[in-house]
Design a binder for this molecule. Structure first.
Ligand SMILES: *[C@@H]1O[C@H](CO)[C@@H](O)[C@H](O)[C@H]1NC(C)=O
Ligand SMILES: *[C@@H]1O[C@H](CO)[C@@H](O)[C@H](O)[C@H]1NC(C)=O
Ligand SMILES: *[C@@H]1O[C@H](CO)[C@@H](O)[C@H](O)[C@H]1NC(C)=O
Length: 460
């Protein structure tokens, strides 16, 4: 098979990525060489905004089969899943003085428990169930001893005293520089965000615009698995991955009121190799937002709405040079969102958004189901016309069905100076809600339509 003789970078990555997944559960696989391979495959070790774009989407049945087998550990020969080690140290926050009575400030107890867990190989930090721990902002810093697990069974609730956030107004729970971390447990992370929403300039226009904390941030970290958690009512963004590598996020339930401002579900910045699966996100802003420096982002089996939909960008704000490449959204259901799948860039930027695939997506009553907006402008004063733009290229929309809340179901508003290149619509069937024919608006786009496509762009 040619693919094996000349491994494609995506192929190489997938193997590495999956061996990471497998080895996480199967400690018989020693020292997965993903760091080394990762650097070799991508040609950079540190965060770099201006990386070349290697990623292309491959659809090869044998290849897929191979990946699935890898997933099931049939190839790595690792069958003893679930029999992980006997010698794990359990660190319970209650043993460090946490009360979990919803009123006591448990911040210090959590800091001490973290110190302890971080310093022990294979430790498990446990937050007991049926209790609510009130916490001020905390940074869980690494590096730690390998293979730390955080099990959140109970509820973590944010302090809603805004003066507690004076030192760092951007983060509530921050994991910084932690490698090989598993966060799980079925518990709840509650950002208790009401006070922040009320004081947002988007709600009260007389107030100045200020940042609010992200509930859960993973920063400068590698080999992360985050699963089975409820994250709700964040002060602003719910979960952020920033400058992280090799991430699996699955079975997350993220909820906030539809009118809560800037409460993005999952925000991805400068992150490589991230896979988000089987998650439901209902908030007041983007379901998933993917911004500059992110590469190889896969989202599968995602349910969104209400909210603003799945978004790449915004990119190119304030004339910045931004790159995003290798994004696949496969299997999503969006209902009542303001956008479905969106790429948004400001005029005047540079860089690119490339190799993007949106497929197998069902929309119900979405205001802009398919949209590329290269004239994005989120300022009070209108943005003036500029000659540079973030290049949008190689974007495939395949098997997208359902209804639009407006009569324009497909909108490509691309840059005059940098038209969108190699955009493909394949098997698209979008109608206006209530059985009306929808329209497509297409400006400055190099487009191919394959199979049944409705609505179609008017001939240019
Ligand atoms: C940590 O996990 C990796 C796989 O992710 C494994 O190879 C390694 O042996 C583990 N280390 C310890 C100390 O358990
Ligand atoms: C825009 O970019 C310039 C130059 O890089 C910088 O000095 C300025 O602070 C930026 N403005 C905003 C609003 O980010
Ligand atoms: C569709 O969305 C619009 C607003 O976006 C709303 O007014 C309308 O009730 C929704 N229709 C259905 C059938 O949900």
């Amino acid at each position: 098979m040619a693919l094996l003789l000349h491994p494609h970078p995506f192929f190489t990555f997938s193997i590495i990525f999956l061996s990471f997944i497998s080895s996480y559960f199967c400690f018989s696989v020693k020292d997965p060489p993903y760091n080394y391979y990762h650097q070799e495959a991508y040609g950079y070790g540190h965060y770099s905004q201006a990386y070349p774009s290697y990623f292309t989407t491959i659809e090869d049945a044998k290849f897929k089969e191979y990946l699935i087998k890898l997933m099931r550990n049939e190839i790595l020969g690792c069958k003893n899943v679930g029999t992980i080690s006997s010698a794990k140290t359990t660190v319970n926050v209650d043993d460090f003085g946490a009360k979990g009575d919803r009123s006591t400030d448990d911040t210090e107890a959590f800091k001490k428990a973290w110190q302890e867990a971080c310093s022990q190989k294979g430790a498990v930090l446990v937050v007991p169930e049926d209790k609510t721990y009130r916490l001020k902002p905390i940074t869980f810093s690494g590096p730690c001893k390998p293979n730390l697990t955080v099990q959140i069974h109970g509820t973590l609730e944010a302090s809603d005293d805004q003066s507690d956030y004076k030192k760092d107004g951007r983060h509530w729970l921050l994991f910084d520089n932690v490698q090989n971390l598993l966060v799980e447990g079925g518990g709840t992370i509650n950002g208790n965000g009401r006070i922040w929403w009320q004081n947002s300039c988007k709600i009260d226009k007389s107030l100045p615009c200020k940042d609010a904390p992200t509930a859960l941030t993973f920063y400068r970290s590698k080999n992360l698995m985050v699963k089975n958690l409820n994250i709700k009512d964040s002060q602003q963004i719910h979960v952020s991955f920033k400058k992280t590598t090799n991430v699996i996020a699955s079975n997350l339930m993220i909820t906030a009121p539809r009118n809560s401002p800037n409460t993005d579900g999952i925000h991805i910045t400068a992150t490589q190799n991230i896979r988000i699966t089987s998650s439901t996100i209902r908030t007041g802003d983007d379901c998933i937002s993917i911004v500059s420096g992110s590469q190889n982002v896969q989202a599968e089996d995602i349910t969104c709405g209400p909210g603003h939909g799945i978004s790449i960008g915004s990119l190119g704000d304030n004339n910045s040079e931004d790159y995003v490449s290798g994004v696949t959204v496969n299997g999503a259901k969006l209902s009542g969102t303001t956008n479905g799948v969106r790429i948004k860039t400001w005029q005047g930027g540079s860089g690119s958004a490339s190799n993007i695939k949106f497929q197998n997506i069902y929309m119900f009553n979405v205001s802009n189901p398919i949209i590329i907006d290269q004239n994005y402008c989120d300022r009070d004063e209108p943005c003036k016309e500029q000659n540079s733009a973030v290049q949008v290229k190689n974007v495939v929309y395949k098997n997208i069905k359902g209804t639009s809340a407006t009569d324009v179901a497909v909108k490509f508003d691309c840059s005059k100076s940098h038209p969108c290149q190699a955009i493909v619509l394949q098997n698209i069937n979008l109608q206006e809600e209530g059985d009306h024919t929808a329209q497509a608006v297409c400006n400055n786009v190099d487009l191919d339509e394959i199979g049944f496509v409705s609505p179609r762009c008017p001939w240019e």
